[in-house]
Design a protein around this ligand. Sequence first.
Ligand code: SF4
Length: 452
Amino acid sequence: MTERKDKKRLLLINPVSEHRRGFAQDLTAKHPPLGLAIIAAHTPSNWKIRILDENFQPFRYRDANLIGITSFTPSAPRAYAIAREFRDKGIPVIMGGVHASMCPEEALQHVDSVVIGEAESIWPQVIADAERGTLKRIYRGDMQEMNGQPVPRHDLLHPRYVFHSIQTSRGCPMNCDFCTVTAFNGNQYRLRPVKEVLDELELFRDSGRALFFVDDNIVGYGKHHLERAKELFRGMIDRDLKLNWFSQASINIADDEELLHLAAKSGCRLLLIGIEAETDKGLKSANKSLNLKRGPDSYRTVFRKINRHGIGVLGTFIFGLETDSPEDLLKRSRYILSSGVDCVQASVLTPLPGTTLMTRIREQNRLERGNFPEDWQCYHFTGLTFRHPFIPAGDFDTIMQSIWTKMYSPARIIRLFFRTWWRTGRLTTALWAYQSNLHYRHIVFEKSSETQ
Ligand code: SF4
């Protein structure tokens, strides 16, 4: 008891934008803040750690010796507001995560220290400096190899999450125009040893919960990456982990029947595949070279092939690509409706900080929502934040409303549920696809007047 009282208290916070609660409205759409659980695992044992997660409890002040806060871009204003409450009381606040890494100067106006990049390598030093009261303003984390890392403190995450989260790889060589992954995690695809992943998965055995591999691409980019994915899936089968899982994958997963077979057998029920556009022109504009190489004509075949293994496809499409005309938006929508994809994320091109897209738009002085940090809350992928070269903002909104109304109509969502069930032969897959469509319906129709 005495020992517990002597411990210093670290409060880790996951902020959620007050203006876009639709993102976290459905229980099945909430995912644990794994990064905070990873940081907790790198914190020495003389600290008592708590995670305050706004996915479940709105922030209320509580005392601590040190605050660690993470944030995606739309939640940054919320993160800064929370940080202010602690700084007013003299409690040091450290911010990390993708937004602070891309906008460290901005973040430093609201917090005491910023960790740029992956925080694991530098976190012990941050803690040591905090103990001495000598925190620096900026820390830079290295991109380390992923073997031998401590197991994330899953025990600190909120118990009501439907999905457990685990990460098996980081980084991406593709550097698509709109994506921060290459800037944040580097252009090398780094992998955790399969045995370490499997041992961590043992923690979730018999939990009755599903699993989300948070990897940006669970199967990677080359032949040896595909082999490693097979080894992972085989390991899950051999250990009989019985976990239904969801992840993100590149379109090349469909090139390998054995890989699909093993994925399905190990519990894969739904895969998010970044499609983005159905034309070469759109793909070039997004710099989506993986899909360009394969050609948009192959999408339908890819979806059906994946379905045949009992796996559903969540296809992501982007509207408002820089080359899009109003007619292109309608064509993309018609394409999606007839493509056979099971569920759809139809989002608006959004220039996140750190992306090539943001750099270009800023250079061309086309940012319409540039009153930062307040305007970051508008960067939620359902509205234009920049001046589009060919579509005025008002027209864009009107077209998107009509597209979303059709795409996410209750009747269509129910029809897709039965179709996915029929095509995959799996009720779980159909239910997950149904939940995803419902989730995106909530997001696109939850238009807050404060952020539009
Ligand atoms: S969108 Fe996917 S393929 Fe493109 S850079 Fe991001 S993670 Fe890589």
